[in-house]
Design a protein. Structure first.
Length: 346
């Protein structure tokens, strides 16, 4: 590392805490925390000895000692803060998902390009060694092709209620699914061909969510066929009762010659490979912090003037797939992904 970079973290919630911690672990200096809730910003700043506290990003971002803006805000705010930061000449690291629409993505990329700054997106789970191990298993043909990659995530209704807001973070298909869609693309080394999904709102009657005008789909089964012939499936629910003991099962890859299972994109210490009649536990390197790793890579992209490990293209890829999933749920039909992408971009 040739330079200590100064970071302004925007948003002092759970992800803001992860960003402050990750930037400090990566050896950089967080100079300020901004949140509309001043008490929350002060508490986070105090916990990590951050000197600056603000309630307005339009005050914190222009400060002369800020090099990088780290955005940890609800999805509807990603565009406006990214554009503002770019116009101030700051490099930008934004939490996933990229945004809610390709129109927003276009505006963000235009501002970043015109300002000549770097942009990175928080798809840190794709850095897990389990994802690279899965890719090697599939691309080497060790399990045979095609493969079925089955993923599963089950949780109680989210404490951060905006996650359930159709006009906020848009539920797990948008907020969580991006990690899985990016993993499938990496492992299969292919593009989606057809998309089919069914979704429901299981938490519709929960009084904890009664203040939300329009609830996002919180539970779904998604099937994506790729041009390679491989299939990804995602069974997800954020609609379980509070404090439920029910949990999802480990992700599984099934192929003609065997399979594998593990928490592939969850920074696992091992995965298990089943080949013919044999069983092998494959140990993996565990990163102390995936956030630390992604921030180190982002700084490298700035210093070497190269592309970030995840940026606008990755964000657009997963956003387009997410919108195709929503379209399938809305229409009850399988979506031709190439045609959908063309129409969306027209």
């Amino acid at each position: 590392m040739t330079k200590v970079w100064n970071i302004a973290v925007i948003g002092a919630g759970d992800m803001g805490r992860q960003h402050v911690k990750g930037w400090q672990l990566a050896g950089h200096q967080v100079v300020s925390v901004t949140d509309v809730d001043q008490g929350r910003a002060e508490a986070l700043a105090q916990a990590f000895q951050v000197p600056g506290v603000y309630t307005d990003y339009q005050e914190s971002i222009p400060q002369g000692n800020v090099d990088i803006v780290s955005i940890c805000l609800p999805l509807p705010l990603h565009r406006e803060v990214t554009v503002f930061a770019a116009n101030q000449g700051k490099h930008i690291f934004c939490e996933k998902p990229l945004t809610r629409s390709l129109e927003d993505a276009d505006a963000m990329e235009k501002a970043v390009t015109e300002a000549g700054v770097q942009f990175g997106l928080g798809l840190q789970r794709n850095l897990s060694q389990g994802v690279l191990a899965a890719r090697a298993l599939v691309q080497s043909g060790r399990l045979g092709r095609p493969v079925l990659f089955a993923c599963d995530s089950i949780a109680e209704i989210r404490p951060k209620r905006i996650m359930h807001d159709a006009n906020g973070n848009m539920g797990p298909l948008m907020d969580l699914g991006c990690h899985y869609y990016m993993m499938w693309q990496t492992v299969f080394n292919s593009s989606p061909k057809t998309v089919y999904a069914q979704g429901r709102v299981l938490a519709r009657e929960r009084r904890e969510l009664s203040h939300i005008e329009e609830l996002a789909i919180d539970s779904a089964v998604v099937t994506v066929e790729y041009e390679s012939g491989d299939i990804g499936t995602f069974t997800v629910s954020w609609g379980m009762p509070p404090q439920t003991k029910l949990r999802g099962h480990q992700d599984r890859i099934l192929g003609p010659r065997g399979g594998a299972e593990g928490g592939f994109n969850a920074n696992p210490s091992k995965i298990t490979v089943y080949e013919e009649d044999g069983v092998e536990e494959v140990p993996l390197h565990v990163y102390p912090s995936l956030h630390q790793e992604q921030f180190q890579l982002f700084v490298q992209s700035i210093e070497q003037q190269g592309a970030a490990s995840a940026g606008f293209q990755a964000g657009r890829d997963v956003l387009t797939l997410t919108l195709a999933i929503f379209k399938s749920i809305e229409t009850g039909e399988a979506i031709d992904f190439e045609r959908f992408s063309r129409e969306l971009s027209a």
